[in-house]
Design a binder for this molecule. Structure first.
Ligand code: ADP
Ligand code: GLC
Length: 480
């Protein structure tokens, strides 16, 4: 099949979180399975500077209609692997920036225009380059207007650009919610500017467009597909999601095992397998050193890697400060984002630098070292569409301590509830429940045979992308 993906993140060209990993490994797996895959991304500075893009061909000039204006741009094309072509939709004014969505605290003020331009650029490229896609698959709010814009362009030009459209919700908490005036710049028919269209409480909601108008809608775990139909997790769009209840499928993300396998991980100081964990000890020693802890410490090490945002349950973690200050354990946190969390975590680390360490930045190598060198990975998310780190943790022999929400439920088995099958420890998303799970971790660590069994089961899990890729293939075929 000819499959087109459009997203705002793609590993290794731009990554702030799991969206980049998920889209990249899905596209790569589909390419490996013989499909002709095209990936559209905004022409971010980091993408243009990446070595893969060095020989990129400047293929098309774009003139994009935005309301009563036309904005110019161009398209650069390169092919990083067999069956995979990357199209960068470029316009310096929009995408040549240090970060993709905002500067520290605030989102960029022109985000509506930036991602509208991106979506329109995708549609215009499909038309000008005559790509004749079977399926156009958009991800998250930044690509959510694609199905509508695509059909509108087909109507105007009397052509077929794609047979079917698919939309994946990676996170319903980010909706692309803008002032109502933005609608005029979509150049979509006025009849979509109401509550059956893009309007949402007197604003324009991009995500709503993807949910309502794609031929098929997916989310990144079965549990999340159900959760977002409830007020508790729907972030105000549960009613909208319910109208598509029959078309929504939850397909669990996988792990790109070419990047995330302890046996071949080039970012680690040593590699290891379930049969021989000695390399994990070397990773642990390196992690303790990098965190400036004593390397003689032989108690439990807790690791955290995440975007600093409320979703990740950092409030619950901070409410459990006393645990990390009082218990004989170590905590290493890597993350970036919300400055408030950064400040609070920095204060905590300064209180006990011999026990708690904070790395406030995006650091790919450090994220691998934490996954490998820790004994436990803490992920007390308030909600989690899928979550990747709990899967990485299991494969790296690091026991995940997670809350019972979303994809975490679909990927971790609680060792207390199922002693013979457990791969992690689970709690409710509350501070008290997290405290109990952390205490459970101390007990598990002290019980060496039980700890080893939990680790071994996690390392034996199959999280390969082939399962999800087959799921998407079936959906593409079904919808065709
Ligand atoms: P989300 O997509 O909500 O951020 P996921 O668990 O799906 O959560 O994916 C997070 C991804 O981003 C993982 O690959 C994780 O290692 C990575 N990541 C998050 N923060 C950082 C950071 N500060 N440095 C390096 N990698 C990070
Ligand atoms: C989102 C979600 C995360 C998911 C990722 C990839 O960023 O927050 O749970 O794993 O997308 O689908």
């Amino acid at each position: 099949m000819k499959i087109v993906h459009a997203a705002s993140e793609f590993f290794p060209y731009l990554k702030t979180g799991g969206l980049a990993d998920a889209v990249s490994s899905l596209a790569g797996t589909l390419a490996d399975r013989g499909h002709e895959v095209s990936v559209f991304l905004p022409g971010y500075r980091t993408a243009l500077e990446h070595k893969d893009a060095a020989g990129a061909e400047r293929r098309l000039r774009l003139k994009i209609e935005m309301g009563d204006q036309f904005l110019s741009g161009d398209v650069r094309v390169f092919s990083p692997r067999k069956n995979l072509t990357v199209y960068l939709i470029c316009r310096e004014e929009f995408f040549d920036r240090r970060a993709p969505y905002g500067n520290g605290e605030r989102d960029f003020e022109d985000n509506a225009d930036r991602f509208l331009f991106f979506c329109k650029g995708v549609v215009e490229t499909l038309r000008l380059a005559d790509l004749q896609a079977d399926v156009v698959h958009g991800h998250d709010w930044q690509a959510a207007l694609l199905p509508l814009l695509l059909r509108e362009a087909e109507r105007r030009h009397g052509v077929t650009l794609a047979l079917k459209t698919l939309f994946t919700i990676h996170n319903i908490a980010y909706q692309g919610l803008f002032p109502r005036s933005v609608f005029a710049r979509t150049n979509l028919p006025e009849e979509l500017n109401n509550m059956d269209g893009l309007e949402y409480y007197e604003q324009t909601n991009f995500l709503k467009g993807g949910i309502l108008f794609a031929d098929r809608v997916t989310t990144v775990s079965p549990r999340y597909a159900k959760e977002i139909q409830t007020p508790e997790f729907g972030c105000g769009l549960d009613g909208v999601v319910q109208t598509r209840a029959e078309d929504i499928v939850g397909l669990l993300n996988g792990v790109d095992t070419a990047v995330w396998s302890p046996g071949i991980d080039a970012l680690l100081p040593a590699r290891y397998t379930a049969a021989d964990l000695s390399g994990k000890q070397i990773c642990r020693a390196e992690l303790l050193k990098r965190a400036r802890f004593s390397q003689k410490f032989n108690g439990p090490v807790f690791g955290i890697v995440c975007r600093f945002t409320a979703q990740k349950g950092l409030e619950l973690l901070l409410a459990n400060k006393a645990f990390f200050l009082e218990q004989e354990c170590r905590l290493v946190v890597l993350g970036a984002g919300d400055k408030r969390y950064e400040t609070e975590l920095a204060t905590l680390a300064a209180q006990a630098p011999a026990k708690i360490s904070l790395c406030a930045r995006h650091d790919e190598a450090m994220s691998h070292l934490i996954e490998a060198g820790s004994d436990f990975f803490v992920m007390p998310s308030l909600f989690e569409p899928c979550g990747l780190n709990q899967m990485y943790s299991q494969l790296y022999g690091t026991v995940p301590v997670v809350s019972r929400v979303g994809g975490l439920v679909d990927t971790v088995t609680d060792a207390d509830e199922q002693p013979d099958h457990g791969t992690g420890l689970m709690c409710e998303p509350t501070a008290e429940s997290l405290r109990e799970a952390l205490e459970g971790a101390l007990r598990l660590f002290a019980d060496k045979p039980r700890m080893a069994a939990v680790q071994q089961r996690g390392m034996g899990r199959d999280f390969s992308w082939n399962v999800a890729a087959s799921g998407y293939e079936n959906l593409y075929r079904d919808s065709l």
